[in-house]
Write a protein that binds this ligand. Structure first.
Ligand SMILES: Nc1ncnc2c1ncn2[C@@H]1O[C@H](COP(=O)(O)OP(=O)(O)O)[C@@H](O)[C@H]1O
Ligand SMILES: CC(=O)N[C@@H](CCC(=O)OP(=O)(O)O)C(=O)O
Length: 303
C-alpha cells in the first residue's frame, strides 16, 4: 500500500524540477537556439528519440530550435561499406570527390531524413534543408597546417557566406529546421564541399543572431588536460579558450573553434554537452547547473 508520505517527497522533487525551469522558460521564450547534434550522440535509437523529444519540447514552450547535425561515424561506416579509405587530419575528414558523394548521401539523404521523421512522429513540425538549398551556405576549400606545412583536405570547406532567410522563413512559420552541413563550393560551380558540422552550426547561429549554441557530443565537455577526467572545464571565456586551442586534439579543435567563433560573432553562449546522456538538451537549457562546458564572452569576473 502506498501512503501519503511515500508519495510526497517524489512529488515535491518533481515540482522543484519544474519550478527550476521557470526563469529559463521566461528568459528563452521566443529565442532562437542552434543545436548541433553530433554523429556520436546519435548512435542508438533511444538517444535519437530523446533528442527529438527535447527539440519538440523546446518548440512547444516557445523557443525556436534550429538543428544542425553531423554524422561523422555514419559517414565513416558508409565509406567503409564502399571500400573508400577515410582519415582525419587536424579534426577534418580528408574528402576525395568519390568520398564527397557518400558524405552528401549520408548527411543530406539519410541523417537529415531520419531526424525529421523522428521529430515529426510528434506532429508535422520539422523540415530539412541542406547548406546547398536556397543559397543557405557558400563555402571555399580549406586545408590544415600540419608541422608547419599546408595539407590539402580535398573537398572540405569553410562557410564564408550564410543567407539565413530560408531558415528564418521556416522559423517564422513555426517549423523546426533540420540542417545538414554540405555546402556549395563558391569557386567551383556545381561542386559541393564537406563542412565540419560544428563550424556550420556556428556560422548559422551567428547569421540568425541566435541566443545560444548547444553542441552535443560524446564526452562530458572540454577537458583542459585530455584525457584526464579531473580536468573538465565547466566555464571558459574567449581569451582563455584562444590560448587553450593550440593544445587541443582531434575533433575538439573544430568544435572549440566553432564555439569561439559563435561567441565572438555575437552568440551570447555556447555550451558543449554530453549527448550520450538522454535529454541532454533539456538538462542544459532548463536546469540551473547546466551540464558540460560553457563558453562565454570575457566579462568582469569571468575573463
Ligand atoms: N581536450 C579534449 N576534451 C574533450 N574531448 C577531446 C579533447 N581532445 C580530444 N577530444 C576528443 O574529441 C572527441 C569529440 O570530437 P568528435 O569525435 O569530432 O565529436 P562529434 O562527433 O560530437 O563532433 C571526443 O570524443 C574526444 O575523443
Ligand atoms: C570536414 C569534416 O570533417 N566533415 C565532417 C562532417 C560531419 C560532422 O561534422 O559530423 P560530426 O558532428 O558527427 O563530427 C565529416 O566528414 O565527418
Amino acid at each position: 500500500m502506498t501512503t501519503h508520505d511515500d508519495t510526497t517527497a517524489p512529488a515535491a522533487a518533481k515540482a522543484a524540477t519544474l519550478i527550476e525551469s521557470l526563469p529559463w522558460l521566461q528568459r528563452f521564450r521566443g529565442a532562437t537556439m542552434v543545436i548541433k547534434y553530433g554523429g556520436n550522440a546519435m548512435v542508438n535509437e533511444e538517444l535519437q528519440r530523446s533528442f527529438a523529444q527535447d527539440v519538440v519540447y523546446l518548440h512547444h514552450v516557445g523557443i525556436k530550435p534550429v538543428v544542425v547535425h553531423g554524422g561523422g561515424p555514419q559517414i565513416s561506416a558508409e565509406l567503409e561499406r564502399h571500400g573508400i579509405a577515410s582519415e582525419f587530419v587536424g579534426g577534418y575528414r580528408v574528402t576525395s570527390a568519390e568520398a564527397m558523394k557518400v558524405v552528401r548521401m549520408v548527411l543530406t539523404g539519410e541523417v537529415s531524413r531520419t531526424l525529421v521523421s523522428l521529430v515529426n512522429e510528434h506532429g508535422p513540425h520539422a523540415a530539412s534543408l541542406s547548406g546547398e538549398d536556397a543559397g543557405l551556405f557558400q563555402a571555399v576549400r580549406r586545408g590544415v597546417i600540419v608541422d608547419g606545412e599546408e595539407f590539402d583536405l580535398g573537398h572540405v570547406g569553410d562557410v564564408v557566406a550564410v543567407d539565413p532567410r530560408a531558415v528564418q522563413r521556416l522559423l517564422d512559420d513555426d517549423v523546426i529546421p533540420v540542417v545538414s552541413s554540405v555546402a556549395p563550393d563558391r569557386d567551383r560551380p556545381g561542386e559541393s564541399l564537406n563542412v565540419n558540422a560544428d563550424a556550420a552550426a556556428a556560422a548559422l547561429a551567428i547569421a540568425l543572431g541566435a541566443e545560444k549554441l548547444v553542441v552535443l557530443t560524446d564526452v562530458a565537455g572540454l577537458y583542459r588536460d585530455w584525457p584526464d577526467t579531473a580536468s573538465l572545464v565547466s566555464s571558459i571565456g574567449v581569451t582563455e579558450l584562444h590560448s587553450l586551442l593550440p593544445s587541443l586534439a582531434s575533433g575538439m579543435i573544430p568544435k572549440m573553434q566553432a564555439c569561439l567563433d559563435a561567441v565572438e560573432g555575437g552568440v551570447a553562449k555556447a555550451a558543449i554537452v554530453d549527448g550520450r546522456e538522454p535529454h541532454a538538451v533539456l538538462l542544459e537549457i532548463f536546469t540551473d547547473s547546466g551540464s558540460g562546458t560553457e563558453v562565454h564572452p570575457d566579462t568582469e569576473g569571468h575573463a
